[in-house]
Design a protein around this ligand. Structure first.
Ligand SMILES: C[S@@+](CC[C@H](N)C(=O)[O-])C[C@H]1O[C@@H](n2cnc3c(N)ncnc32)[C@H](O)[C@@H]1O
Ligand SMILES: [Zn+2]
Ligand SMILES: [Zn+2]
Ligand SMILES: [Zn+2]
Length: 454
């Protein structure tokens, strides 16, 4: 792992940490820079949640009246009707494209209690609608500070900010150049990140899928990444599948296999996890969509004759397959000549976890611009990464683009297209926090369309 702590420290030492005794509030400083005439006070930063960014009571955390959890101030809104603070986990917001202070969007929440829209505490403060500005002194920040609401600063008049186009609001400035300048560092010290193939515990990798089945079967439409980013791109390549023989390789809970069947394909799903296949068969016996499911490994699909399928689809599976070279060969074998192999995967560059960090400061902030940038290292370390996934540790395998490209070629494929799917601005607006890896700034996934040569 890259030493995140150390990099955080360097970042903060260079940019935020002033070695004076008094720590100014990170947010107050930024606001007062734009609010000079209005005399915005730079309050003392008396709270810190990661030891680097100091924040005043206004800009620390507040407890949600519903779930009781503490959240970054910009992840909560105040309902004046109910007189309660509610967090974005309890009531999902959308993004409101609006320029205020040095920001370009706010979170907006539809409140079922009063039928009105409310905004997060950051934007509310800009408008003069923060509960403390309205005199609701009982609202407490996470630490019960003494009179944190003094001095009560308010804008001279209520303001609405400047309406922006959504695309404009999402265009956050790149931090890379500034960071390079600040750090004056050209090399990071790194440790080894990937575990070589021969050291991977394969039964353990397989078992983790078997223990994860329960949670996966809840995702009847796939997870949000699939729904919002990957699947629309897969379908754009798949086109009309009516009457085609399609294999869903590594079908998991089978949701995609069922989609294929409902669009008229002769759909077959394969997975090496027994609980998944059992589940798929049970659902099929209820729905009768005409799907067939088989428990087998992609590296050994002997039950299938050669040249059976028009299309093989595989949705975020290769990242879990240790012997991807053999899997590619088997997939090529069961495909007809000129048949297509369309597969999505975690992106070899951006999907890395072990050799990458993307620091967010302050760490509890939900806001995109407070994620610094993605730093990637050890790209050539091909092998396994142990990751926490749905509460169970599992293995994922990172390969370079070159390794995938070479393996596809030697299995008899030519790559006809590569997609790097990303959500539309509207999808981001509707799901501001769920696309949490900043899907509009780099891609987390890749999709290959390959054609079997003959
Ligand atoms: C990330 S899940 C994706 C499941 C499904 N395609 C989806 O999109 O929901 C990866 C799946 O690959 C399966 N898998 C991993 N290695 C496999 C192998 N060698 N043979 C067959 N299935 C495998 C796992 O059991 C798991 O169901
Ligand atoms: Zn502050
Ligand atoms: Zn809550
Ligand atoms: Zn309300």
């Amino acid at each position: 792992m890259v030493n995140t702590e150390k990099i955080m420290h360097v970042l903060s030492a260079m940019r935020f940490y002033k070695p004076a005794e008094r720590q100014p509030c990170y947010y107050c400083e930024r606001i007062s820079a734009v609010e000079k005439e209005q005399g915005y006070p730079t309050r003392d930063g008396i709270y810190t949640f990661e030891k680097y960014i100091f924040r005043c009571a206004w800009h620390s955390r507040f407890s949600c009246s519903r779930c009781g959890n503490q959240h970054h101030f910009s992840w909560l809104y105040w309902c004046p009707q109910k007189e309660e603070l509610v967090c974005g986990d309890c009531n999902k917001p959308t993004l409101k494209p609006v320029a205020f202070w040095d920001r370009t969007y706010a979170y907006e929440f539809y409140c079922e209690e009063c039928g009105e829209h409310h905004v997060d505490l950051f934007y509310a403060e800009f408008q003069g609608q923060h509960p403390w500005q309205l005199g609701h002194q009982t609202v407490r920040s996470c630490i019960d500070a003494q009179k944190p609401w003094t001095p009560i600063w308010s804008p001279t008049k209520q303001r609405a900010g400047i309406k922006l186009e959504l695309v404009e609001a999402l265009k956050l400035p790149s931090r890379v150049l500034q960071l390079r300048e600040d750090l004056k560092i050209t090399q990071f010290k790194v440790l080894r990140s990937a575990v070589p193939d021969e050291e991977i515990d394969l039964p353990e990798a397989r078992e983790s899928w078997e223990t994860n089945t329960e949670q996966w079967t809840q995702l009847t439409e796939g997870d949000l990444n699939r729904q919002l980013i990957i699947d629309p791109a897969l379908w754009s390549l798949l086109g009309d599948v009516k009457d085609l023989h399609v294999l869903d390789a590594g079908c998991g809970n089978g949701y995609f296999t069922r989609k294929l069947a409902s669009k008229g394909a002769n759909a077959v799903g394969v997975d090496y996890s027994r609980p998944f296949i059992k589940y798929c068969k049970r659902v099929e016996s209820e729905l009768n969509l005409g799907c067939d499911f088989y428990e087998m490994s992609l590296t050994d699909m002997n039950n299938f004759e050669s040249k059976m399928f028009d299309i093989v689809i595989s949705n975020v599976v290769m990242v879990d397959v240790l012997d991807y070279k053999t899997a590619f060969k088997e997939i090529a074998r069961v495909l007809k000549d000129d048949g297509r192999f369309i597969w999505s995967n975690v992106h070899p560059v951006f999907g890395r976890t072990a050799g990458a960090i993307d620091p967010r400061l302050p760490r509890d902030s939900p806001r995109n611009e407070e994620r610094y940038l993605k730093m990637i290292d050890r790209y050539f370390d091909s092998g396994g990464e142990r990751i926490d996934w749905m509460e169970n540790p599992t293995w994922q395998f990172m390969r370079t683009l070159e390794e995938y490209s070479k393996a596809l070629k030697s299995a008899g494929f030519v790559i006809s297209e590569i997609l790097e799917p990303r959500p539309t601005p509207e999808v981001i607006q509707q799901n501001p926090r769920h696309l949490s890896f900043d899907a509009d700034r780099w891609t987390h996934f890749i999709i290959f369309e390959c054609i079997k040569r003959h």
